[in-house]
Design a protein around this ligand. Structure first.
Ligand code: NI
Length: 250
């Protein structure tokens, strides 16, 4: 079982990080990708990946944090990419829902990190919140490969992404009542192009919605997708693990 997107470096895990990780392993967790939000978080993710052999790190700057970075950050990401446990650039993207950083700033750093990923031939982990058309355009223009995490776009957009080789990843939001569009994508996407994730500590799936999310809860995402596609949960777990290993070259 592969939780392809968690923020284990988050302060919400400071008190019990070790037991959260152990509990994930006991629940069947075999791989985990830690997604970063800024340079310090990238370093913390790599430190975790050094400590646990099944944990890998993505490095990069989240759109929320782009108002705090400089060109130096880009060199740091490039240097961190050389670490053997670093397997992706992310999470990077655009967030026009919260708009914590100005849109021009978000856009500028999104493109800089996409160009870097292309140059390094690194897969990217994309954060797209209420910026579907621009995110699609950006990955097409830069010619990168990777995954749209916590997918929230339409099936039509998913088809465009699938055409250019992208993977689509689902969080607990696929279990929410208002998830009609996401359920449609989870039903129709090819089995060899989907992934599951928690985005811990955020987005706890039903029936745990509202609690601090943990990697072991990725099972609820697998169960929901299995139900949508009318296959076994084990099949979804097996396929999504294979897909994650393929994209991140594990
Ligand atoms: Ni995230």
């Amino acid at each position: 079982m592969f939780d392809t997107h968690a923020h284990l470096d988050d302060i919400k895990f400071d008190d019990d990080r070790r037991s959260v990780i152990e509990s994930y392993v006991q629940s069947g967790g075999t791989y985990l990708l830690n997604a970063s939000s800024d340079i310090q978080s990238s370093l913390n993710g790599i430190a975790l990946a050094e400590k646990y052999d099944f944990i890998y790190a993505a490095v990069g700057v989240h759109p929320h944090e782009t108002n705090k970075i400089t060109d130096e950050s880009l060199y740091q990401i490039e240097a961190l990419w050389k670490h053997k446990k670093c397997v992706a650039i992310g999470e990077i993207g655009l967030d026009y829902y919260y708009d914590f950083s100005a849109r021009d700033t978000q856009r500028k750093w999104f493109y800089k990190q996409l160009d870097l990923a292309k140059q390094l031939d690194a897969p990217v982990v994309i954060h797209d919140r209420k910026a579907h058309a621009e995110c699609l355009e950006a990955v097409k223009k830069t010619g990168v490969r990777g995954v749209f995490h916590c997918y929230s776009g339409s099936w039509e957009m998913a088809e465009e992404l699938l055409k250019i080789g992208f993977y689509i990843s689902f969080t607990g939001s696929v279990t929410f009542k208002n998830a009609r569009k996401t359920v449609e994508v989870a039903a129709n996407a090819p089995i060899d192009r989907i992934m599951i994730e928690t985005d811990s500590p955020y987005l706890a799936p039903e029936p745990l919605r509202g609690t601090r999310n943990k990697p072991e809860n990725v099972i609820w995402v697998a169960r929901k997708i299995a139900e949508i596609r009318n296959v076994s949960t084990e099949f979804i777990i097996e396929k999504t693990e294979e897909n994650g290993k393929r994209l991140f070259s594990l």
